[in-house]
Every structure is written in C-alpha cells, then in structure tokens.
Write a protein that binds this ligand. Structure first.
Ligand SMILES: Cc1cc2nc3c(=O)[nH]c(=O)nc-3n(C[C@H](O)[C@H](O)[C@H](O)COP(=O)(O)OP(=O)(O)OC[C@H]3O[C@@H](n4cnc5c(N)ncnc54)[C@H](O)[C@@H]3O)c2cc1C
Length: 371
C-alpha cells in the first residue's frame, strides 16, 4: 500500500511522520504556496483559556493539548521551539467588561463541570502582579491566568516531522498536485499539472485551504474558506522575554514572546478577502494598534518580519477529518482555522488511526457532514 499525501504543512507532515513510523510507504507532494498557514502560525498551544463553547471542538482541543507531550517526546532529537509558558487574558482599563465576563464564565463553567480536567486551573490575578510578570503590559483592569500553556515554532515542528518521516522511509517531493486520479470510484494516484503521475492506493488531502480545489471535481464541497492572518515579528531589547506570559486581549489578538527576544503580535482574522495572499495597510495598522493597546512597551521594538497565512476554515468552525465520501481510498485532514498548531497533530493521529486500525473519527468532524 502506497499513500500519497498532498500538502506538507503541519497536517501533512504529521500524517507522514505517523505513517512512516508505522512502516507504510509514503510520498508527500508539497509546494510552499504563498499563504501557507503553518509558516505564519504564532505558536500558541493552549485550549484551557479558550472561550469556545462548541463541546465537540473543546473535547478535540483538550485531547490535542494532552497529545503534545507525546509528540514532543517522539521528536526529542529535534529543536521544535517547544516550551511551557503561562497565558493571560486581559481586559484593559476603560474597556467594556462584557467580553471578559463572558470568557471568564465559560472557562469557569468548563472547569467546575470537570468534563475537561487539566493539571492546573485558570484563576483571576491582580493586574499589578501580572505587570511584574510582563513588563511591557499596559494598564490592565482584570486578568485571567493559566500557568501551564505552551508555545511551539510551527516551522521547526514541520521540519522535524519531515526529517523524522524521511528517516523512516518517507519521500518528500517538491511538486504541485494537479488532480487526484480516480478509477471506478477508487483512488489510483495523483497527477501534477505537468502530467507527472504518482501512483498510490490511498491519498490524504492535507493541502490547507487549497484542499477545497482538489476535492470539488468529485462533487465534494468542504465549505472551506481562507481566513487571512497578518502577523508581525518584533524584537525587544528588554530582558527576560522567554519568561513572559502570552497576553491575549479581548479582540482576538495576542502577544507571544520567545527566549531570544522575539515578540510575535497578531493577528488579523480576515474573512471575505478570498485567497489573496498579500499584506494590507489596514491589516498591519490593526495588528500594531492592538499590540500597542495591550503592551505599549512594545513601541520601541524593532520590526523583524511580517508573515501572512490563509487559515483553512470550515463553515461550522470544526476541523474536517476522515474518509472522503464516494471516493474510496481518499482521506482529508483540514479545516483547523485558527487552532491548527494546537489541534493538528492530534487530528492527524485520529485520521491515521482510522485509516490503519479502523478506529472511528468523531462524527462531528466527518467530511460526511457536507455531503
Ligand atoms: C497568522 C496565523 C497565526 C496562527 N496562530 C496559531 C496559533 O497560535 N495556534 C494555533 O493552534 N494555530 C494557529 N494558526 C492556525 C494554524 O497555523 C493552521 O490552522 C494550520 O497551520 C493549518 O495547517 P495545514 O497543514 O492544514 O495547512 P497549511 O499550513 O496551509 O499547509 C498546506 C500545505 O499544502 C501545500 N499545498 C497546497 N496545495 C497544494 C497542491 N495542490 N500540491 C502540493 N502542495 C500543496 C501548501 O503550500 C502548504 O505547504 C495560525 C494561523 C495564522 C495564519
């Protein structure tokens, strides 16, 4: 059995790593398209403080958080930029408390229900104390705090997964997949626009937002749209960035610091922009304005780089995982929107377990829901 994986972002790379370690023959076809989401991802790994109320998604995210240490252990020979860090959700002085209260109520209700046990609890902390932990934080009025979040460098993680899969026999090819070739409703391989053919008994579509285009020829509409994200990498001369908690404002933006002084501030969540992978003046303005509102101490920071990604987002906000209906041998792992660095490795694990061991992927994530 030969499996062709289309896409070498975090979903495709994890699938390749898992399959290759199980002794399967694997080929990954990947081109780095402008807008590749993993390349732009900030790196926050924390389901605990999320105000999402979709129970299926929360269950997946919690399981994904618990799965990370196992993944990190398997890749212990590689630098993933993985590390534990705290996270704080902050309401700034003068800001309407509604969103903060709602987030706090959701998190506390989840915690007290005991449905999703965690090692630590989310608590409210004194903003003055939080400013001691994060010297760039501005005038915060209230804060929720969780001490055991994590960060990961998505680029390093994909590179490690790639090298690990290659060391177990996977082959990565720099090629654009043009179409999935099907005979008698069964996958037989993948063809490039230049006519090169890669035979395979199974195809995993893990092409991020572009997964949509590979499946529409079979009448499968995944309802995927690109959510554009613009994000900035700054560098601060203030010491101790590696110890600072991640800061999350109430407008969906965040500030994540790394031990080398890099501070990542983002990100826009743009819908309706199509797949145009370009920066906008408005987007960059929004990112910096929100970063300075929460952490005015960032203003003198050096701008190192802007990144942009097209998050693959499903209409109902849930990942799309499992066998593609009507096309035997075709599987999909996509739709993770803003939470793919957290959920992606566990999602790939679910799909590979379904493929190799016949385990069920929770119905909430099945591509059948779009049939
Ligand atoms: C600004 C930003 C910040 C984010 N921050 C976080 C965060 O802090 N935490 C978190 O959990 N998530 C975060 N995310 C979300 C996360 O990055 C994505 O959900 C995840 O990376 C999606 O991975 P993917 O493998 O599905 O898609 P992608 O990373 O887009 O990978 C798809 C790959 O397939 C390739 N490809 C596409 N079509 C073809 C084809 N026809 N042939 C060959 N190759 C093809 C693409 O070029 C790409 O390499 C963020 C995203 C953005 C944009």
């Amino acid at each position: 059995m030969r499996t062709i994986i289309v896409g070498g972002g975090l979903m495709g790379a994890t699938a390749a790593h898992l399959l290759a370690r199980r002794g399967a023959a694997v080929e990954v076809l990947d081109v780095k398209r402008l807008g590749n989401a993993t390349w732009a991802g900030a790196g926050i790994i924390c389901p605990e403080i999320s105000a999402v109320t979709d129970q299926s998604y929360v269950a997946l995210a919690m399981a994904a958080g618990r799965y990370y240490p196992e993944l990190v252990d398997r890749l212990s020979n590689y630098d993933l930029g993985f590390g534990r860090t705290a996270i704080a959700k902050v309401r700034m002085a003068g800001e309407d408390p509604t969103a903060f209260n709602r987030a706090r109520d959701i998190v506390y209700a989840r915690q007290s229900s005991g449905t999703f046990p965690t090692r630590h609890t989310v608590t409210e902390v004194d903003p003055a104390w939080l400013r001691e932990q994060h010297p760039l934080l501005g005038d915060a009025a209230e804060a929720l705090y969780y001490p055991e979040a994590a960060r990961v460098d998505g680029r390093k993680l994909v590179e490690a997964l790639r090298r690990d899969s290659e060391s177990h026999g996977a082959r990565w090819v720099d090629a654009l997949a043009g179409r999935i070739v099907v005979e008698d409703h069964r996958v037989v391989g993948v063809e490039t626009p230049k006519g090169e053919f890669f035979p395979g008994d199974r195809v995993i579509v893990a092409a991020g937002f572009w997964s949509r285009d590979l499946l529409t020829p079979f009448g499968v509409d995944l309802g995927l749209t690109p959510h554009r994200g613009q994000i900035v990498h700054l560098h601060t001369a203030v010491d101790g960035a590696g110890q600072w908690p991640i800061l999350e404002g109430l407008r969906g933006h965040y500030i994540l610091s790394w031990p080398d002084g890099r501070v990542v501030a983002g990100a826009t969540r743009e819908t309706g922009t199509g797949d145009a992978p370009h920066f906008t003046a408005e987007g960059q303005h929004q990112v910096l304005e929100e970063a300075f509102r929460v952490a005015p101490g960032l203003q003198p920071a050096e701008v190192r780089e802007w990144r942009l990604g097209l998050r693959p987002a499903a209409a109902d906000g849930r990942p799309i995982l499992g066998a593609v209906p009507g096309v035997e041998g075709c599987w999909v792992i996509t739709g993770h929107g803003p939470g793919g660095l957290l959920c992606g490795p566990y999602s790939a694990h679910l799909v590979i377990s379904a493929m190799l061991d016949g385990q069920e992927v929770p119905a909430a994530f099945s591509p059948q829901r779009f049939a």
